[in-house]
Ligand binder design. Structure first.
Ligand code: SAH
Length: 252
């Protein structure tokens, strides 16, 4: 059995109870060493074999899983944040299907949630934005052209940009081209929930300068939109005394 497990954004106590239990039981762990906090490996048994996938190809990862399976062992494939966001899990699962190896997936706290907690931020303020766009700039790996930053910027929804810390001048340029003003609030959160977490509130126009001044070159998320520091927003209807819900009658 292979368990794909979300490690959470960084702090070792932000893995789920289930994910921790899988780690405690695992005979083999393959962890994404570039981003997963190695402290999580302390939850494993002494006899557990540990592999760092940062130095491995897909084929090598699969071959470790295959060998473990042949020996009747349980493998945990530990991905940063939640495996469903830029986790490259589907390609592993498809090969496991071909090989008849059983697997399941255990969610984790994605870094975009960890970053929101660092800022005490709500992405979905009632009249500000009711959507969160999760995207990235294209770098050495492409993004479908229909998903350009400019096209998403047109929505003025809350936007979280992954994997793009080295391209912030271009990011700002595209955000403005798409319709954001240079003064739109933005934030950079570096290593959200890690001990060396850093967070900066800036604007669309000052993203690159803020990163440069603070030496942020990787492991960061850029958050864009009025939700970052909106001074005025509507209260929720759910907790409005004048609003009847399934569970509560409005007070007249
Ligand atoms: N599956 C992960 C994302 C993997 S892609 C998740 O759900 O969070 C790797 C990118 O995620 C990094 O380049 C960075 O943009 C972001 N990231 C991962 N952990 C982070 C953290 N603790 N703080 C800020 N950004 C993080």
């Amino acid at each position: 059995m292979v368990h794909f497990v979300g490690a959470g954004p960084g702090a070792p106590d932000l893995i789920t109870v289930r994910g921790k239990q899988y780690l405690e039981e695992a005979d083999v762990v393959i962890y994404a060493g570039s981003l997963v906090n190695p402290q999580l490996l302390e939850y494993t048994k002494d006899v557990c074999t540990i592999h760092n996938s940062a130095r491995m190809t897909l084929e090598e990862v699969i071959s470790v899983m295959e060998k473990a399976e042949a020996e009747g062992k349980t493998t945990v494939r530990l991905h940063t944040g939640d495996p469903c966001i830029y986790g490259a899990i589907r390609e592993q699962m498809d090969i496991l299907d071909e090989k008849g190896i059983a697997y399941d997936s255990c969610p984790g706290v994605s870094s975009f949630c960890g970053a929101a907690s660092a800022l005490n931020l709500e992405y979905t303020l009632p009249d500000i934005s009711q959507s969160v766009i999760i995207t990235r700039m294209e770098g050495r790996t492409p993004v479908p052209t229909k998903e350009s930053i400019q096209s998403f910027a047109a929505h003025q929804a809350s936007m979280v940009v992954f994997l793009s810390t080295g391209m912030l001048e271009e990011l700002s340029r595209r955000l403005v081209e798409g319709g954001y003003s240079e003064n739109t609030p933005a934030a950079i959160v570096y290593k959200a929930t890690w001990e060396d977490e850093k967070k900066f509130i800036c604007t669309v126009g000052t993203l690159a300068q803020t990163a440069k001044e603070n030496d942020i070159t990787k492991t960061a998320l850029m958050i864009i939109g009025e939700a970052v520091n909106a001074a005025h927003y509507d209260r929720s209807k759910l907790y409005d005394p004048g609003f009847t819900t399934e569970f509560r009658k409005a007070v007249k």
